[in-house]
Design a protein around this ligand. Sequence first.
Ligand code: NAG
Ligand code: NAG
Ligand code: NAG
Ligand code: NAG
Ligand code: NAG
Ligand code: NAG
Ligand code: NAG
Ligand code: NAG
Ligand code: NAG
Ligand code: NAG
Ligand code: NAG
Ligand code: NAG
Ligand code: CU
Length: 582
Amino acid sequence: MGPSLLLRSAILRAMFLGFFALWILSELALAKHEGITRHYKFHIKMQNITRLCQTKSIVTVNGQFPGPRIIAREGDRLLIRVINNVKYNVTIHWHGVRQLRSGWADGPAYVTQCPIQTGQSYVYNFTVTGQRGTLFWHAHISWLRATLYGPIIILPKQQASYPFPQPFEEVPIIFGEWWKADMETIINEAMQTGGAPNISDAFTINGLPGPFYNCAAKDTFKLKVTPGKTYLLRMINAALNDELFFSIANHTLTVVETDAVYVKPIETKVVLITPGQSTNVLLKAKSKAPNANFLIAARPYATGPASFDNTTTAGVLEYDQPNGITTKNLPLLKPAALLPKFNDTNFVMQFNKKIRSLATAKFPAKVPKKVDRRFFFTVGLGLSPCPQNQTCQGPNNMKLAASVNNVSFVQPNVALLQAHFFNRSKGVYTTDFPANPPFKFNYTGTPPSNIMVGSGTKVVVLPFNASVEVVMQDTSIIVAESHPLHLHGFNFFVVAQGFGNFDPNKDPAKFNLVDPAERNTVGVPSGGWVAIRFLADNPGVWFMHCHLEVHTSWGLKMAWIVNDGKGPKQKLPPPPSDLPKC
Ligand SMILES: *[C@@H]1O[C@H](CO)[C@@H](O)[C@H](O)[C@H]1NC(C)=O
Ligand SMILES: *[C@@H]1O[C@H](CO)[C@@H](O)[C@H](O)[C@H]1NC(C)=O
Ligand SMILES: *[C@@H]1O[C@H](CO)[C@@H](O)[C@H](O)[C@H]1NC(C)=O
Ligand SMILES: *[C@@H]1O[C@H](CO)[C@@H](O)[C@H](O)[C@H]1NC(C)=O
Ligand SMILES: *[C@@H]1O[C@H](CO)[C@@H](O)[C@H](O)[C@H]1NC(C)=O
Ligand SMILES: *[C@@H]1O[C@H](CO)[C@@H](O)[C@H](O)[C@H]1NC(C)=O
Ligand SMILES: *[C@@H]1O[C@H](CO)[C@@H](O)[C@H](O)[C@H]1NC(C)=O
Ligand SMILES: *[C@@H]1O[C@H](CO)[C@@H](O)[C@H](O)[C@H]1NC(C)=O
Ligand SMILES: *[C@@H]1O[C@H](CO)[C@@H](O)[C@H](O)[C@H]1NC(C)=O
Ligand SMILES: *[C@@H]1O[C@H](CO)[C@@H](O)[C@H](O)[C@H]1NC(C)=O
Ligand SMILES: *[C@@H]1O[C@H](CO)[C@@H](O)[C@H](O)[C@H]1NC(C)=O
Ligand SMILES: *[C@@H]1O[C@H](CO)[C@@H](O)[C@H](O)[C@H]1NC(C)=O
Ligand SMILES: [Cu+2]
């Protein structure tokens, strides 16, 4: 054991104990929880980190990588002061937090706020209402979220009131994606050339790549368990561009929650988790300590580009052993076929279809039964022109682009929410986002000959409390690909999904309006479609985008404006006085 390893494990242990102490303290809080205010300070600063034999300076919160955990109990208010001490503009998004009437705290740059500039600070002020489980926070500007991310843990209102066996311990498992090169250089280079950005060098579990990479054996995540005990693994996919399969050798997992909503328990060997999703699983340790350690592994589910980071991040599950046995000397069980093939779309479809809301009296699935506004959105890739006198690296000397209904979103240079709130939309956005594709084609067949995208800063305006249905259809333009679409400000219900083209005559009959999954991020199936419903009960401007960061950069994003209602609790309050300016 080298000194750095000793130090790292000491730090990890201290962090873990700290987390536990906090957790126990909150457990001891009032049985009838009224909601308290919790304060956090996020100092955005550079930190040198060594991974894969290379040291690089990364943007961090408080020098930590991954960033600190936010812990709250349902009903609590969070006041998080973000102080920017790096040369980059920064914003932070509290991914999956509903932000009821607190849209100013949502975080996407130029959507709900101007960036926090160097030397400035901003207090994100919001309550956690009607949600419990695992979410995460991450930067929401350029590609800074590659290193600026961390877990959000929302404990249920009443202590020990999980609708599943009380776990012995809770362990966050946050997946990341690591590049040896500088992140901003990578995305800037790609946006300049119009080609695909360089793929990552590794995936990580809690910041650690694991034994399958050069120089990374010491940077391996270890999960220590006691025989017979049950563990709650709070999994988060914070990777930029890759959906991941996850598995633990010789163990079955029970999925009990997704995106901070309880689900009907699902037993599975493999979990699929897209960027933007979180999944809580129970891991029941074997009753007797086995004479082995077990591989914990994750690697991509990839449908799109020919070249992707085809590496595997891994950790090790170790059991507390009886006296005289050290886990170090035990064999590591690593079955060859632990994870599905990289393109196993059928597995993914079956897995996603199994996810159902718990839908009990205490945790009902409030699926909108009637629909006020219907939308059909194509999502996929395309091309945009290469600037004159430049050579581009996309197909046919063009730039790669992506769009929703053939609109590639153009980021404005002031925030949409301010423009909306102060009635100054002119020259910032237009309200003519198309409800349907401009022209019909066989979305999953031969693409049209013209695959250029249009562009603009277009939004859809919804009246307060409209009930909305959106069918999202993948296109096969350039390539059919799974797109994890994320909606800010709401959870939606995944009422159906399928392969091929959505059939508006036949498919609605199959919609599940009883116990559909309630999520904030859903994969639009590769070569298929997904139908979602949500109630627009949250006034503000809400971003919707692919959570593959590369597709967001190419324009696969749009925004909804939800107008104020008439009632007193149906209006967005004015912005806080410290809201950053552009
Ligand atoms: C990172 O390392 C470089 C080169 O050794 C050094 O100049 C710099 O001060 C370090 N940065 C931090 C934040 O420690
Ligand atoms: C946070 O928001 C609430 C509700 O709008 C407000 O009453 C409170 O003063 C705010 N707190 C701070 C520190 O800005
Ligand atoms: C991306 O990869 C290409 C080809 O390997 C290399 O020339 C280029 O420098 C890389 N870009 C960055 C930002 O690392
Ligand atoms: C792992 O699983 C295999 C197949 O189910 C079984 O044969 C083997 O005994 C298990 N090993 C351990 C150490 O649990
Ligand atoms: C990914 O890597 C595995 C080995 O780890 C190899 O068998 C497989 O062919 C690779 N797949 C692709 C698409 O490169
Ligand atoms: C998955 O990729 C392999 C090549 O590695 C290919 O032969 C196979 O047809 C692909 N399967 C699907 C479902 O696309
Ligand atoms: C492109 O190059 C031509 C000749 O090389 C030059 O006349 C023209 O001004 C350039 N156009 C732009 C937009 O730079
Ligand atoms: C914006 O316009 C609406 C409707 O015309 C009005 O009620 C509201 O007061 C205006 N808001 C501001 C900040 O001027
Ligand atoms: C669309 O194209 C696919 C693939 O060629 C084909 O299987 C399907 O029948 C076509 N669908 C329609 C509605 O034409
Ligand atoms: C998308 O918009 C571009 C630019 O207006 C147009 O040329 C193209 O035909 C459109 N494609 C589709 C599929 O609507
Ligand atoms: C919003 O709509 C839902 C369902 O249509 C309805 O039950 C609810 O009462 C409405 N809420 C308000 C505040 O209008
Ligand atoms: C930071 O944001 C401000 C406000 O939008 C903008 O004027 C400035 O150019 C940005 N700086 C960088 C380095 O992107
Ligand atoms: Cu996408």
